[in-house]
Ligand binder design. Structure first.
Ligand code: NAD
Ligand code: WQD
Length: 342
């Protein structure tokens, strides 16, 4: 298939490009570079062994820009990563988040349908479960109250895409609910490259290890978990990337399913590790120091979040292959070789 990859210069998008080409697909990337660097695409092309990845610096809110891309390329499906993703920033700038994530997706979907391209894989998030009603979380767990506008954009976009599919059964909609992506391509040439102070645990750990930050603050050690720190379902970004390739099956097999062609999958390992498990594994596997101190809980955090990923295995044959040691090794391999990012 030829796939439109929105947000393809970003962390998860760049890793997914490699998996797409490995599986024999081709891609066209659209990204406004608001949170990425085109160097990622040059490195991806190098890793794949092609001269370049077709790339357009276009904002998904720019209808004419998208029209031109669709006029130029025959696109079979879209993997839609483009969006703003910083939880704390979304609390400060809710309008910007709703406008970019929801406004952008509505323009994208409209242009797609005008060009007869009605297959979309959407980057959703475990955050749609809110404080989950059950652990491990299955896809039938009810969606919950999100604690920030970012999370609501994911929850609302899921609903919008499902409604669009229901009204026009030619659409095939795949909602992938990612748990906590970490790690990097084994080459260490591409990886997560956050602007400013990292919000997420793993980039904070790697920046402490490389000497850019003094110590990690561990947000709370009084949760009802084995060691008191938060428990998450960390998933290697290369496994996550492979899940998108597996999910393309939903498009080719769609007619064998019911008319209700919306597919929802949890994408995690099914294992929960605590914040301190991650720090200790990082130190042990990489032989580096990560000083930390216990800080108060962070607003909006939940104690425990991990999934039951068996539906994805049963229906699209996808399962995580990498474990915690691979995750901490590959995160460090990227940061060590690229202390200043791209
Ligand atoms: P990222 O910021 O590295 O990548 C997103 C890309 O989208 C960036 O390259 C950015 O420049 C681009 N972009 C943003 N707004 C755009 C617009 N209006 N038009 C065109 N391009 C635009 O983030 P990521 O970690 O790779 O996340 C990819 C997707 O997965 C996002 O939708 C994110 O919300 C979702 N997600 C991420 C996580 C995570 O922890 N990383 C977890 C769950 C879901
Ligand atoms: C993990 C654990 C923190 C930083 C977020 C989004 C979610 C999804 C993934 C996009 C928690 C603790 C963290 C630090 C710490 N993103 N922590 N010190 O909050 O599970 O999920 O990213 O969709 O929507 O909410 O991930 O990496 O921020 O935190 O102690 O400096 O690490 O308290 O227990 P989270 P995270």
């Amino acid at each position: 298939m030829q796939i439109l990859v929105t947000g393809g210069a970003g962390y998860i998008g760049s890793h997914t490009l490699i998996e797409l080409y490995k599986a024999g697909h081709t891609a066209v990337v659209v990204d406004n570079l608001s949170n990425s660097n085109p160097e990622s695409l040059r490195r991806v092309a190098d890793i794949i062994g092609i001269p370049e990845i077709p790339f357009y610096r276009v904002d998904i809110r720019d209808r004419e820009g998208l029209e031109k891309v669709f006029a130029k390329h025959k696109l079979d499906a879209c993997i839609h990563f483009a969006g703003l993703k910083a939880v704390g920033e979304s609390v400060e700038k809710p309008w910007e988040y709703y406008e970019n994530n929801i406004g952008g997706t509505l323009v994208l979907v409209d242009v797609m349908r005008k060009h007869g391209c009605k297959n979309i894989i959407f980057s959703s998030s475990a955050t749609v479960y809110g404080d989950p009603a059950e652990i491990p979380i299955t896809e039938s767990c009810p969606k919950g109250q999100c604690t920030n506008p970012y999370g609501w954009t994911k929850s609302m976009l899921e609903q919008m895409l499902m409604d669009i599919q229901k009204a026009d059964p030619e659409w095939n909609v795949v909602l992938l609910r990612y748990f906590n992506p970490v790690g990097a391509h084994q080459s260490g040439r591409i990886g997560e490259n956050p602007n400013g102070i990292p919000n997420n645990l793993m980039p904070y750990i790697t920046q402490v290890a490389v000497g850019k930050r003094k110590e990690l603050g561990v947000f709370g050690n009084d949760y009802p978990t084995p060691d008191g720190t938060g428990v998450r379902d960390f998933i290697h970004v290369c496994d996550l990337a492979a899940a998108h390739v597996a999910a393309l099956k939903c498009f080719t097999n769609a007619l064998t399913h019911s008319l209700n062609n919306t597919f929802i999958y949890n994408i995690g390992t099914g294992k929960g590790y605590s914040v301190l498990d991650m720090v200790k594994a990082f130190v042990r596997v990489n032989g580096v120091e990560v000083p930390y101190s216990i800080k108060p809980r962070r607003a909006g955090d939940i104690a425990t979040c991990y999934c039951d990923p068996s539906k994805a295995e049963a229906e699209i044959g996808w399962k995580a292959r990498y474990g915690i040691e691979d995750m901490v090794r590959d995160s460090w391999n990227w940061q060590r070789q690229n202390p200043e990012g791209y």
